[in-house]
Design a protein around this ligand. Structure first.
Ligand SMILES: [Zn+2]
Length: 466
């Protein structure tokens, strides 16, 4: 017992030392002040309410997308950011007009479906064909050539529910390229179980790709209970015929904007902490969880910091454009800033809903770990656990940054247990966000951004290996 107590004392004095060398007593008080004010403020919720109510869904290229850009510019200015600006991003524009589905045989009933992004339209009265079931994408890939001629290929794969959303990656493979594999075998349509953990009858949309030289076939997902129904009917040994009717439009190249707000640093303003989310959303819901929450909480976090002090390095909030159609805003941002990426001293994107942040992880050089541990210590009062692996992945809009360079990436991991119940559905609306949880998220981002921007030592990425 004595040994344990000694060990505990030793650990706490070591961490205390790390904080003391990186941050003065005055800075630690400011951190406490920022954390407390964020925990007691409804600013992030008010921003989220405004975005999801006054703008609503924000499919890239739509009028609402433009309204969202104007909304973000206006809010950044109202919140007193030192610098607010737009950077252009282009993307392939796509619209959804109408969609419906029916099981025709063996017994007629409604099929709740939605088109995947970039899906082509069916003829006006839809396509009608027999459904051929595969449990996985690999099973479909292994099907003999021409075996799906005139059929609708259906993948029944069910994603698993987990706190860190690890079921998403394996499930999303079928969404990205399933229709290409189906068309290669002669199918006239592609249908899949939604990438979803939900029990409700909303289908989940999402990004998908065609491939040059392979016929583009209509590409839809069905709600989980409908997927169960189709699978049960097929298991009865009946021929299951469905009608799928989706009307969409590819509109060529569209233009949107990353909206950026910055509080300038006092000592090294060119260096900055990058936090943010993506401003666009799918069209079915109002994009409250994906990713209005990330937008609102990072804007609010920066504002809470500025209310207490200006940091040594700048704090930049980047609201990326057209993430849902393929990370187009992020690609444009990191290409445009390609020769100054080493000015980013820390980067974290919030794009995983608004449930509590339960873990904190870095991906930085070994010399930067004392700063990371000092930040972790100030996140602990928010019930955030420090993950010491130092292999954080970061949000999707940081993928182009990671591809370009070794970058100091951070993750404030939100509890994603329920995230895929709502993700990319009509059910992604404001009522799914709990104000107290959003406040905790905001406080976590505020503490993180303040400390990364104000530490004595500049955080550095792992050594460049490219
Ligand atoms: Zn998102």
């Amino acid at each position: 017992m004595k040994k344990l107590i000694t060990a505990l004392l030793l650990t706490s004095s070591l961490t205390a030392n790390a904080s003391n060398t990186e941050f003065t007593q005055k800075q630690l008080q400011q951190i406490d002040e920022v954390r407390t004010s964020a925990l007691n403020s409804d600013l992030s919720y008010k921003l989220l309410e405004s975005l999801t109510t006054e703008v609503g869904p924000r499919l890239p290229g739509t009028e609402n997308d433009k309204k969202a850009v104007a909304w973000a510019q206006e809010k950044f200015n109202e919140l007193g950011f030192d610098k607010v600006w737009l950077e252009e991003a282009t993307f392939p524009e796509w619209r959804r007009f109408s969609e419906s589905g029916k099981i025709l045989t063996p017994s007629e009933q409604t099929l709740h479906l939605t088109a995947l992004g970039h899906s082509v339209s069916t003829p006006k009265d839809g396509i009608t064909a027999e459904v051929i079931l595969f449990e996985t994408l690999d099973e479909l890939i292994a099907a003999p050539a021409n075996s799906l001629k005139g059929k609708i290929a259906y993948i029944n794969y069910r994603m698993n529910r987990d706190i860190d959303g690890n079921g998403y990656g394996p499930a999303v493979r079928a969404r990205s390229t399933g229709s290409v594999e189906a068309a290669k075998k002669g199918a006239i349509g592609y249908m899949m179980r939604s990438v979803s953990t939900a029990h409700h009858r909303f289908a989940h949309t999402g990004g998908s790709h065609y491939k040059d030289g392979v016929t583009k076939i209509p590409n839809v997902t069905i709600a989980n209970p409908d997927a169960d129904q189709v699978a049960r009917l097929i298991a009865l040994g009946k021929s299951v015929t469905v009608n799928i009717n989706v009307q969409n439009e590819d509109r060529g190249q569209g233009t949107g904007y990353n909206v950026i707000g910055q509080f300038n640093g006092t000592e090294n303003p060119e260096q900055y902490v990058l936090i943010g989310g993506h401003l666009d959303s799918w069209d079915l819901g109002t994009g409250a969880l994906d990713d209005g929450a990330g937008v609102a909480l990072t804007m609010a976090a920066a504002k809470h910091i500025s209310d207490v002090k200006r940091t040594k390095r700048s704090i930049r909030v980047v609201l990326f454009a057209a993430e849902e159609l393929g990370l187009w805003g992020a690609k444009a941002y990191f290409a445009q800033h390609n020769n100054e990426l080493n000015n980013i001293v820390a980067a974290a994107e919030s794009d995983f809903g608004a449930d509590v942040v339960y873990a904190f992880e870095s991906n930085v050089s070994a010399e930067s770990l004392p700063v990371v541990r000092a930040i972790a210590k100030e996140l602990a009062p928010l019930n955030i656990e420090y993950i010491g692996r130092n292999q954080a992945n970061g949000g999707p809009d940081l993928i182009p940054l990671k591809a370009a360079t070794s970058a100091p990436i951070f993750e404030l991991a939100q509890d994603g247990t329920d995230y895929f119940d709502y993700h990319h559905t009509a059910d992604d609306t404001l009522d799914k966000v709990t104000p107290a949880k959003l406040r905790q998220n905001t406080a976590a981002y505020a503490v993180f951004a303040l400390m990364a921007a104000d530490a004595k030592t500049t955080i550095k990425p792992k050594a460049q290996n490219k």
